[in-house]
Design a protein around this ligand. Structure first.
Ligand code: R5P
Length: 280
């Protein structure tokens, strides 16, 4: 991702040496002088989240030590963003802690993609913004001939995502309802009626993790007579056998971005992130 961004922005590339010590601790070294430079550090924070986060902090500290005047972090997938409030007494607000840690490391600005809840970034102790990859995902489906498909959000919180997709797909949009038990983490979805009979439906979400949300939505869509079902997300965490479970539930294909590189990441974020950087 960093190489692609460097190519399209014309920014100089600085290699990073990194390794993990036998006890699990991280080591990083920047190979280049950054004196008085504005530096962009590209680091996604998918699994292993804690290692990736600490390496981002270490690279930032190293950049500042070698004289960088500003560090902008590009974090295509921002870990811990779903714990953006205290749902139960005694919890922490993970994303707030992450923001404070990154500030302490020296980050001056952060750009991420489809953060779970935008409001979480407002509490960061430095400017942080999120850009959306949903139009890129929707465009991918338009190119594949699915103009007019129904854009479905698996819960109300993702409706804005389905609406962004609808703007390009030109079909209809709607949402299901999802409830989460805050103690067990279990979710249940309500089979709200949708006008999907004989239609191609694309389920859009910010994240696919265990796949439970998509599997549940696909079952409801099948019951309501949808002809074909696809799934698209910005961040394909796809934990364990999530991909298989989703395909077994009748979903034709899963598409995600390269915020988390993998089999489903067929849409690159590099052009979007390059444009965002150029516009700063
Ligand atoms: C939470 O509300 C998110 O937007 C996703 O719907 C959720 O993280 C998906 O998780 P899973 O794939 O485990 O159902």
């Amino acid at each position: 991702m960093a190489e692609k961004i460097a190519e399209s922005t014309g920014f100089e590339k600085v290699p990073v040496v990194s390794r993990i010590f036998p006890d699990g601790e991280s080591y990083v070294r920047l190979e280049g002088s950054l004196k008085d430079e504005s530096v962009v550090i590209v680091q996604t924070t998918c699994k292993p989240q804690d290692t990736n986060l600490i390496q981002l902090a270490f690279m930032t500290n190293a950049a500042k030590r070698t004289g960088a005047k500003k560090v902008i972090a590009i974090v295509p997938y921002l870990a811990y963003a779903r714990q953006d409030k205290m749902f139960l007494e005694g919890e922490n607000v993970s994303i707030e802690t992450v923001g404070s840690m990154l500030r302490a490391a020296g980050i001056d600005e952060l750009i991420t993609v489809n953060v779970h809840a935008e409001g979480a970034l407002a509490k960061f102790p430095f400017p942080a913004k999120t850009v959306t990859a949903i139009p890129l995902l929707a465009e991918h489906f338009v190119k594949k001939g699915f103009k007019g498909a129904f854009a479905l959000a698996p819960d109300k919180g993702a409706l804005y995502i389905a609406e962004q997709a609808k703007a390009l797909l030109g079909g209809e949009s709607g949402n299901l309802e999802k409830q989460r038990d805050r103690y067990t983490g279990q979710t249940t979805q309500s089979a709200k009626h949708l006008e999907v009979k004989n239609k191609t439906v694309i389920i859009f979400d910010d994240i696919i993790s265990t796949g439970g949300t998509i599997v549940g939505a696909a079952r409801i869509l099948r019951e309501q007579g949808a002809e074909k079902v696809f799934a698209a997300c910005a961040h394909g965490l796809l934990v364990g056998d999530a991909e298989k479970r989703i395909l077994d539930a009748g979903v034709e294909e899963i598409i995600s971005t390269d915020s988390i590189p993998g089999k489903t990441s067929k849409v690159s974020l590099a052009p979007l992130l390059s444009e965002t950087l150029k516009a700063l």
